[in-house]
Design a protein. Structure first.
Lengths: 141, 805
């Protein structure tokens, strides 16, 4: 009786397990980012153009990228509200499995000098997030 | 302080009526005559047993057998009762008895129990029957167990129970998981009242003083029939200590220290009972520093970040708790009121909010400070529990009001400007008010048939403030009606089953975010939430049986349906969740989740061996989950990938295995193993936070049973192997396996006449570096705490004992 009961439980679960195995495998592969420019520790003056050049790739279909530029001083923690730190987020669409994005980003006039982060992220259509790429740069007088 | 007064004013009406209502019920039976229950307790060889506790569940009154085995419970009114008979070393007995206008004589034959396998009486089982008769799997641990296994938080103290684990966010924050389900799918009941806070967040803990817990009953599987929505995955029922002894003024002092976090905790309890009027009061504190890990750096996303002094910056915390219980137990029943206040400050590792950044991780030179970001939680609760004799049967009334205040403190983000009425460091402030009531009528028809009729109602109101937006203000009104019946066909077979109908209404408020310019002028308005109402209704059923095939085997089987209403977070959240760094967006048209659940429990118990296996199989339709969209939220919205709440069909299966062997009267071996498998048919992926399988082998040796001033001196070694979790949701990390050793020893000894209970433990004996798949910090590759020495002392004391036994 007991063995029958246990066996019946396994019989109930078995078809579902088999069924689940037949399903197509979901896309869980992350897209990839290679930032060619700007280069690490580059320095730019206020009003100057930063050439952005990055390659995005995915196994199935790319979706979007985002560039996040902000001061390295605080990451939004313990910041004074009246500073003129440059803080900008730029989004763009991507298609296909490989795309090179080139765009010019101008350092806004009046931005504070100092160390900044340039963080690039990207998503594929399925929602997989790439490991982000970080480039540190400086704004000088 | 303002919040405290709010809860009193807000619910003044319902609280005022409460004592009056109870008084009226008491008066109705006050003049009735009382009778006595008496008899003799003997063992199987007909020798009288002294010191056996015989008590009535409903009135919490009882007697102890004398040297001739004779006992007498006085002042019992006509009615039906659950009589419990228990004595160490013997099997417990649970019996339904009727007192009808006459004294009752009843004799008991107690069987010798094999070591610790005494039958524990379980209150979470609606019928108040024994562990054998109940049809669901319920594990029970008492206060001594909690002291012996005391972890950094309540859930760590319970982690050795098969099928039970937790999601943690540092030292002080842990939320229960039973059979792979957590958050709003598990109900925690404290003092008869469902604990209501913001359970949807993985970084929101239990918010309960663990020193005040007398015992924990864990129901694995649906408890929807009694607790309605949210109880589909299981129940964590926290019960207070038994009522204080008549004629006694006593107390206990418990203190604990831990090396890893430099934790110290202390709790003082005082209690008294005079002629059935009793009180208990408790004050507890707990404070801990940043936790230490066996690593000086962690790697995240191709970068290596430092961990100064091997510790996780800003993970320190503090807890304070106060509670008071007062009540009366008389022949007409028991009524008690408990008021409790709990406060917690818990810091977050700064790298966990947003992306880790080297500047944020610099050593702040202080491991006890709680800096930004941190959470402050305040939970106030007033509950009343009564069990009153009504027309020869028992009416059980649980009423509660609660206030949960949660503040998430974080400094303002760059580029955000706020008018002065908004506090610059308050990201989120959520104030939840809850009033709830459950009324149950226990009707004992005869020896075989018992019914419970129940009615429950709840009202929740949530207000929001803070400069960030995550969930809107809302109110929820819900109610349910149920019937549950038990049929004891024979000594060997018990059937139980029930039906419950539920209805609920959710009102969600609109919220518009205003973005200000540097000059504090509104630039634009963004609708975060629109105003809408949703109504839900459900019908749940359950059926089960327990069959004792012979003296060794017990088989339990359950099948039932359960449900859960979508939470407001699921319906209407619309904001960046900083902890998870994703933008979560609710869906207003979500339907109720439905569960179809079945489980089996096969227990073999013979002499020194106990073996139990409990497979389960659960299928859910409209199961709510978060799915990534492949799109970013705009900068104004806060950024991060948008995750949408969606519904799909999901199944969970798994089992727990428990083996308990006493190879010798001093040697105890235990094996605890559990496994959970889940699958989401809509994504063809597992669900997030899938519990990894684990095996724990416990070995305990009693060095001294009784010697001079020492008793129960034991040493123990646990080895715990947790399997790798390779089945993960999209964007979730796989987690490698790990193997840990924990050492423990303890004893009870006398200093003069004072009894002291001492426990010493070492967790992670080998200082292993490992990752916990269920940690809030797992995505950052932050290792778990290193070696941790714990010392706990419990000093019970008696001030007045006017009736020595």
């Amino acid at each position: 009786m007991i063995t029958k009961a246990i066996a019946s439980i396994f019989l109930i679960t078995l078809p579902v397990l088999i069924f689940s195995c037949k399903k197509e495998k979901a896309d869980t592969e992350k897209p990839k980012i290679t930032v060619n420019a700007p280069v690490e520790d580059a320095a730019y003056k206020v009003g100057e153009t930063i050439p952005f050049d990055a390659t995005f790739s995915d196994n199935i279909e790319l979706s979007e990228y985002a560039i996040d530029i902000h001061s390295a001083a605080g990451h939004g923690h313990g910041r004074l509200m009246n500073t003129n730190e440059w803080d900008e987020e730029i989004n763009g669409n991507l298609t296909g499995i490989l795309q090179v994005v080139k765009r010019n980003i101008v350092v806004p006039t009046g931005a504070d000098t100092g160390s900044y982060h340039f963080i690039v992220t990207c998503l594929d259509k399925a929602g997989n997030e790439a490991d982000f790429a970080e480039v540190d740069f400086k704004i000088i007088e | 302080m303002r919040e405290i007064s709010k809860v009193f004013f807000g619910y003044e009406g319902s609280l005022k009526k409460l004592p009056l209502l109870l008084l009226m019920m008491g008066l109705g039976v006050v003049n009735a005559q009382t009778y006595n229950i008496r008899g003799i307790v003997v063992d199987t060889a007909d020798n009288p047993i002294v010191g056996v506790t015989i008590y009535l569940h409903e009135t919490k009154s009882g007697a102890t057998s004398n040297i001739e085995g004779w006992f007498e419970i006085k002042n019992v009114k006509s009615g039906t009762y659950h009589l419990h008979v228990k004595h160490l070393g013997f099997e417990s007995i649970s019996k339904n008895i009727k007192v009808i206008n006459a004294d009752v004589e009843i004799n008991f034959h107690l069987k010798h129990a094999t070591f610790e396998f005494e039958q524990i009486l379980v209150e979470s089982d609606m019928m108040r029957t024994g562990k054998i008769e109940q049809t669901q799997t319920i594990d029970v641990v008492n206060n001594d167990y909690l002291l012996k296994s005391s972890g950094v938080n309540l859930m760590q103290s319970l982690e050795k129970i098969s099928g039970v684990t937790y999601i943690s966010a540092g030292t002080g924050v842990a939320k229960p998981i039973i059979r792979g389900m957590g958050f709003n799918r598990i109900v925690t009941v404290d003092n008869g009242i469902v604990q209501d806070g913001q359970q949807w967040g993985s970084d929101h803990g239990l918010e309960i003083d663990q020193f005040g817990i007398g015992r924990v009953e864990i129901l694995k599987g649906p408890a929807s029939l009694v607790y309605g929505s949210d109880a589909m995955g299981g129940l964590l029922n926290l019960k207070p200590l038994p009522l204080p002894m008549q004629g006694k003024l006593a107390g206990a002092f418990v203190t604990s220290g831990q090396s890893n976090t430099n934790l110290y905790a202390a709790s003082l309890m005082l209690e008294a009972n005079k002629n059935g009027v009793f009180f208990r009061t408790r004050a507890s504190v707990r404070e801990y520093a940043d936790y230490k890990v066996p690593a000086d750096s962690f790697s995240f996303n191709r970068y290596v970040f430092p961990l100064y002094n091997n510790s996780l910056k800003n993970t320190a915390g503090k807890e304070e708790a106060l509670s008071f219980t007062g009540g009366i137990n008389k022949s007409w029943g028991v009524t008690q009121i408990t008021a409790s206040a709990f406060r917690q400050w818990a810091g977050f590792f700064p790298g966990a909010h947003g992306r880790p950044n080297i500047n944020l991780l610099q050593n702040d030179g202080n491991n006890r400070n709680i800096n930004y970001p941190y959470q402050y939680v305040e939970h106030l609760k007033i509950s009343s529990n009564s069990s009153v004799l009504f027309k020869k049967n028992w009416l059980e009334i649980d009423l509660g009001v609660q206030q949960n205040l949660r503040k998430e403190k974080e400094e303002l983000h760059t580029g955000v400007y706020l008018p002065s009425y908004k506090t610059a460091d308050e990201a989120l402030k959520l104030v939840l008010h809850v009033a709830s009531s459950t009324i149950k009528y226990h009707l004992n028809v005869n020896e075989k048939w018992q019914h419970v009729f129940g009615l429950s109602a709840k009202r929740k109101e949530n207000k929001i403030a803070g400069y960030s937006f995550l969930i809107p203000a809302f109110s929820v009104t819900e109610g349910g009606i149920f019937i549950f019946s038990e049929y004891r066909k024979s000594e060997k077979i018990t059937f139980s089953g029930g039906v419950r109908a539920d209805g609920g209404l959710t009102n969600i408020s609109a919220y518009t975010d205003t973005i200000y310019s540097k000059e504090l002028l509104p630039i634009f308005f963004m609708e975060r939430s629109r105003s809408f109402n949703r109504s839900f209704s459900n019908l749940s059923t359950s059926f089960g049986f327990s069959w004792v095939t012979n003296a060794w085997f017990n088989i339990k089987f359950n099948i039932g349906s359960s449900f859960r209403y979508p939470t407001v977070a699921e319906l209407a959240s619309n904001g960046l969740h900083h902890g998870a760094f994703r933008y979560e967006r609710g869906y207003a048209n979500l339907k109720s989740e439905r569960g179809y659940q079945t489980d089996l429990n096969v227990t073999f118990q013979k002499k020194q061996v106990m073996f139990r296996v409990t497979p389960f199989f659960n299928y859910f339709s409209n199961y709510i989950y978060l799915a990534p969209s492949g799109k970013y939220a705009t900068a104004a919205e806060g950024g991060g990938q948008i995750y949408n709440y969606k519904q799909g069909n999901v199944f969970f299966t798994g089992y727990e295995t428990d083996v308990d062997i006493h190879i010798h009267h001093r040697w105890h071996l235990g094996l605890i193993h559990d496994f959970v498998y889940n699958y989401n048919f809509s994504t063809s992926l597992p669900l997030p936070f899938s519990v990894p399988s684990s095996v724990t082998l416990e070995k305990e040796y009693t060095l001294v049973k009784e010697f001079k001033r020492f008793s129960d001196l034991y040493i123990g070694l646990d080895s715990r192997y947790v399997f790798a979790q390779n089945r993960v949701e999209r964007n979730e990390k796989i987690t490698p396996q790990y193997f840990l050793f924990n050492f423990s020893m303890g004893s009870t000894f006398l200093i003069g006449k004072q009894e002291v209970i001492f426990v010493f433990q070492v967790r992670n004996l080998l200082n292993q570096k490992y990752f916990n798949h269920l940690s809030f910090y797992r995505p950052l590759n932050l290792p778990e705490p290193g070696r941790n020495f714990t010392i706990s002392l419990k000093i019970p004391f008696t001030i007045i004992n006017s009736k020595p036994q």
